[in-house]
Write a protein that binds this ligand. Structure first.
Ligand code: SF4
Length: 444
């Protein structure tokens, strides 16, 4: 069949989409770049917070509209939304031909070979889909994500991920290393390690946190860069920082979602910490690697959040001087422990709080970026963008920027340059472009 694949959601879902694409390709299905040309549409949905659920539903409705014009069009759903709401989806959208969930991606083949409405047996989470190879169709120019585990054993009270993805199931180091070798052979330069709770990798499988033994294996493959995402701020983090310090090909970059800093709020989120604990952790990290860049994210508007707690966070941001920060609206999710909490914060107050925090952080991020001016840094090529008056810019990322969430480094495109032969370039930073991006010139 001719398939159009729409991959929504986070990098972990993107890896799932590439696996399903690979399985379907092996079954001799072909892929088209426009939904109008397709005989079947596969939508890998996202479903962990309100905004993501809404986006997935809008996309589904869009293809149902297309099916009205082309009744033979097959619509197949996979991913987190179908794990949580398969019955509701199939009941409300009779146009959907199959829903396969996220616990066994090999079911995507059945969705074509033995089409039936509900292919989600609700059974065990089978990780048969942890294959050595996949289609790198949704990955970046020179980077690819590598998923090292599924699920999570932590019980943050606001989080639906354990409901969707189950308990943590770490992949054996050998299996991960095989897939990494495949990615290396495909020309991937930047390997990005992901899972729900990366710092706890191996605890379920080897009875001890084993991210560092895994990294030792992956370093043997000599990727130019290894980047690590989704790091829970626990005591193991400092061991990882010492290891990063000794291994220059691991990006000097930490993605460490804190979610909040107020001790009382963190307690009701079932997360550790308080402002002093996190400030001292950040200080010790920077003492080990002064140039390291730290990204974090915070949930705003959690049940019962007070103005004092908002103030705690403002004070913390000014002291912590983080490099990159995302602020997310609290999403009250069925099935989570905090769903029953009733002291809900109104949207107007919630958005006012996010606005206040974003204003503080934008100034901090911009001032941190200004410290890069004059520095020469190695950057990886991402592509070309056309700016005002059709001036073309080459877009790069430094080791301090993760794809899709952080900023870029822009360099005016020299006339006689063939972008297909660029990977890493040394760039001298000359300016800060808003609070997010940098501008520079190539150091020849
Ligand atoms: S660690 Fe992350 S994935 Fe796990 S429960 Fe907490 S927020 Fe959810």
């Amino acid at each position: 069949m001719k398939i159009f694949f729409d991959a929504l959601g986070c990098p972990k879902a993107l890896v799932d989409a590439e696996r399903m694409h690979y399985f379907l390709q092996k079954e001799s299905h072909s892929f088209v770049s426009l939904p109008e040309e397709a005989e079947a549409i596969v939508i890998n949905t996202c479903g962990f917070i309100e905004a993501a659920k809404k986006e997935s539903i809008d996309v589904i409705l869009n293809y149902i509209g297309l099916k009205k014009e082309k009744p033979s069009l097959k619509i197949i759903l996979s991913g987190c939304l179908t794990e949580r709401y398969r019955k509701e989806l199939l009941a409300n959208f009779p146009e959907i031909d199959s829903a396969i969930g996220a616990r066994d991606l090999t079911k995507i083949i059945d969705a074509f070979d033995h089409p039936s409405k509900n292919l989600l047996d609700g059974g065990e989470f089978k990780d048969a889909h942890f294959t050595d190879e996949r289609s790198l169709v949704f990955s970046g120019y020179h980077f690819a994500y590598l998923k090292i585990a599924e699920g999570c054993n932590r019980n943050c009270t606001f989080c639906a991920i354990p409901l969707i993805r189950g308990k943590q199931r770490s992949r054996p180091i050998e299996s991960i290393a095989k897939e990494a070798a495949f990615l290396k052979d495909q020309g991937v330069k930047e390997l990005i390690i992901i899972s729900e709770d990366t710092i706890s990798y191996g605890l379920d499988l080897y009875q001890k946190k084993s991210l560092i033994p895994l990294l030792k294996e992956l370093l043997k493959l000599k990727f130019d860069w290894i980047r690590i995402l989704y790091l829970f701020p626990d005591e193991e983090l400092l061991n990882l920082v010492y290891f990063i310090k000794e291994n220059p090909s691991i990006c000097r970059y930490l993605d460490m979602p804190l979610q909040h800093v107020s001790a009382s709020l963190l307690k009701s989120m079932k997360r550790p910490g308080d402002p002093e604990y996190y400030l001292s952790l950040i200080e010790r990290i920077r003492k080990e690697i002064p140039e390291i860049k730290i990204r974090s994210s915070f949930i705003i508007g959690f049940s019962g959040e007070t103005e004092d707690e908002q103030q705690d966070l403002k004070t913390f941001l000014k002291k912590a001087r983080l490099d990159r920060v995302g602020f997310f609206e609290y999403s009250r999710e069925e099935g989570t422990e905090s769903y029953s909490l009733t002291k809900n914060i109104g949207k107007r107050v919630l958005r006012k709080r996010i606005k206040e925090l974003s204003a503080i952080q934008e100034t901090i991020s911009e001032n941190n970026l200004k410290k890069m001016i004059g520095k020469e840094i190695i950057c990886i090529y991402e592509g070309i963008i056309e700016e005002k008056k059709s001036k073309e810019y080459l877009v790069f990322r430094s080791e301090y920027d993760a794809p899709e969430v952080d900023g870029v480094v822009m360099v005016k495109k020299p006339d006689n340059l063939d972008p297909d032969n660029i990977d890493f370039v040394k760039i001298k930073i000359t300016e800060v472009i808003d609070h997010h991006n940098l501008g520079g010139v190539e150091v020849l």
